[in-house]
Design a protein around this ligand. Structure first.
Ligand code: NAD
Length: 244
């Protein structure tokens, strides 16, 4: 459907995995889409790649300025750029905590801050944050990553309250383990990738990995006009993992 016709969307981390699927999905629904990424080589066809770093405020501002220079408006922001971290609190240094928090949480803050003046002018403004099942599931060996995603979900709810009366809806999706280059890298580093993949599938309550496209469909719903009364929600796309 063309529910994004006439709208402009910015997707961070839009050159790979979930972000690339989101960028392609929004474009297929009629949006003009820019994908902000450290390495924009992988942005889908028809999507404007912007090389930028969400940990650098000036770089983020320049990317948003370029969206405005290109299309004159910004309606939908998808804060998807993120990095992983493994281990317990004994394993990660202060430096790692700051680094991962800076990408996964403050990155979304910087992009939102630069976008808000433009979103306020949009009749269809929405921010969708890509958090994770890790926000609430209590996963082992994911202390730092989980804390950043929990913070992103809390940020989503606080921003939803701050901006709903300005006509800006803020929501998040919480994907379970999804089939992306990120997860493929983890599998490839295992001694037996095929056995690891089977074990990973078996750990999902619904018996398989989530697809990037399933996450993209949820993001497209939350970012678009069909979810007009959904504010501050966390939509699980995790095969049941968070609730079971
Ligand atoms: P991915 O590694 O395939 O893609 C992430 C993209 O973000 C890459 O293109 C990377 O270049 C970009 N990026 C990283 N740091 C950046 C920065 N500082 N500035 C700009 N761009 C940056 O990962 P993915 O699996 O598609 O994950 C996307 C999001 O979904 C992440 O926030 C991740 O935490 C979340 N998520 C993923 C899964 C999963 O299982 N794959 C599950 C739950 C949540």
């Amino acid at each position: 459907s063309g529910e994004y016709e006439g709208l402009v969307a910015l997707v961070t981390g839009g050159a790979s995995g979930i972000g690339a699927a989101v960028a392609a999905e929004l474009a297929s629904r009629g949006a003009q889409v820019a994908a902000l990424d450290l390495d924009p080589a992988g942005v889908p066809d028809g999507v404007l790649g912007l090389k930028a770093d969400v940990t650098n405020d000036e770089s983020v501002r320049q990317a948003v300025d370029q969206v405005i220079a290109t299309w004159g408006r910004l309606d939908v922001v998808v804060n998807n750029a993120g990095i992983g971290a493994q281990g317990t609190v004994s394993d990660n240094s202060d430096e790692q905590w700051h680094q991962v928090y800076d990408v996964n949480v403050v990155g979304a803050v910087r992009v939102s801050r630069a976008a808000l003046p433009h979103l306020r002018k949009s009749p269809a403004a929405a921010i969708v944050n890509v958090a994770s099942v890790a926000a609430t599931a209590g996963l082992p060996q994911r202390a730092l990553y989980s804390a950043t995603k929990g913070a992103l979900q809390s940020l989503t709810m606080a921003m939803a309250a701050d901006h709903v009366r300005e006509g800006i809806r803020v929501n998040c999706v919480n994907p379970g383990t999804a089939e992306t280059p990120w997860v493929q890298r983890l599998l490839d580093s295992a001694p037996d990738p095929q056995a690891e993949r089977a074990a990973l599938d078996a750990r999902q309550p619904h018996g398989r990995l989530v697809t990037a496209q399933e996450v993209a469909l949820a993001v497209a719903y939350l970012g678009g006009p069909n979810s007009g009364s959904t504010v501050g929600a966390a939509l699980a796309v995790d095969g049941g993992m968070a609730g079971l």
